[in-house]
Design a protein around this ligand. Structure first.
Ligand code: ADP
Length: 339
């Protein structure tokens, strides 16, 4: 037997062959263009290289969503959207956080190794307290501990993040380190996989596209909705008259053309020479976005119309994680002196 074969033969079932990557996604309903270009496209690319686990984190959402129907609907919408936008449930694992409640046990365990000061200091806690001053629930404070448990439960060694999210992952690493120091080496300290992704500006052309601002382009929405949203986009504010030359490098519409076709330089040239007007460029962009997302829109529609099929895909994802989660928790319990 070769060494490689020996390794394979003795490998516990839960140990990944490829490095295991984990990412949690908030159940915010249908994603917008910024979510796709800034995050979901990367998830799809990463699932080709790594053993990827993507989790729709509904327990996390409980810290701010208190309408059960809304939470259920948005969770399913996000899951359907991830699949429609290219995540293949055969090539990666997609599951809903609350379908694997072992994570709440691990969160409790991690709570007992996490000093309160670490959590009180996190900028996101301060931000969230300010955002919902009438609802400063304990979940807002413990949120990073649940995040650490999310990543540690499947013993993921990699987490895809933007550079600005590095401090969040550092806290996870500290929590895991605290556990390992007290109870013995159990979890890998997860490393960041820095993903290069554009920041997509909203239809206002100023702020980051975001649901909370309402400046989104709903790529999985009806073509009419997309048309309306694109036509409302702010372009180069210095281009007043149709004959004025445009400045495509500062025009949000022109910049978006870079993602939808390889002829953007030609489009930019048309703007610079005033051969084309802002309205033409917007109309073209709207049609390109509609065409680009047509197959995804169709898949999304089918999945939403067939909740049994969608549920089955998510159940399969949760089942795939089950042995890994149970093995982790058995090890944790053993190390901690729990029965
Ligand atoms: P929103 O609240 O607008 O739905 P989230 O804050 O939930 O967005 O972000 C979900 C993911 O999408 C994150 O990885 C985030 O970095 C990415 N994302 C969100 N908005 C944008 C944007 N405008 N441009 C690029 N990436 C974005």
């Amino acid at each position: 037997m070769t060494d490689a074969a020996a390794t394979t033969a003795t490998r516990p079932s839960s140990l990944p062959v490829k490095p295991r990557i984990y990412s949690g996604i908030q159940p915010t309903g249908r994603p917008h263009l910024g979510n796709d270009l800034g995050a979901i496209r990367n998830y799809v690319a990463l699932s080709q290289t790594y053993e990827a686990i993507y989790c729709v984190v509904d327990y996390h959402a409980l810290t701010h969503v208190h309408d059960p129907e809304l939470l259920r609907r948005q969770t399913l919408e996000m899951a359907a959207a991830l699949i429609a936008l290219g995540l293949d449930p055969e090539r990666c694992t997609i599951f809903v956080q609350s379908d694997r409640p072992e994570v709440t046990e691990l969160c409790w365990v991690f709570n007992t190794v996490t000093p309160v000061g670490w959590l009180q200091r996190t900028p996101t806690y301060k931000e969230k307290r300010a955002n919902q001053p009438d609802d400063v629930n304990h979940g807002l404070l413990t949120y990073p501990v649940l995040q650490a448990a999310d990543i540690a439960l499947p013993k993921a060694s990699l987490v895809p993040i933007g550079r600005d999210q590095a401090p969040h992952l550092e806290l996870t690493r500290e929590i895991v380190r605290a556990f390992n120091a007290r109870y013995g080496e159990t979890f890998p300290e997860p490393q960041a996989v820095y993903t290069e992704s554009p920041t997509v500006l909203g239809t206002d052309g100023v702020k980051k596209m975001s649901k909370s601002i309402g400046n989104t382009i709903e790529v999985l929405g009806e073509p009419e909705v997309i048309r309306k949203q694109v036509m409302s986009m702010v372009t180069d504010t210095q281009r007043i008259m149709r004959a004025d030359p445009g400045r495509p490098e500062v025009c949000n519409v022109c910049r978006m053309h870079r993602f939808f076709g390889d002829d953007y330089e030609e489009i930019w040239a048309g703007e610079r020479t005033a051969r084309t007007g802002c309205v033409d460029t917007k109309k073209l962009l709207a049609e390109r976005i509609i065409a680009h997302y047509a197959p995804a829109r169709e898949t999304y529609r089918e999945l939403i119309a067939d909740p049994i099929k969608l549920r089955r895909i998510l159940d399969e994802g949760a089942e795939r994680i089950r042995p890994i989660a149970q093995e982790t928790m058995a090890e944790v319990r053993e190390r901690m002196g729990l029965r």
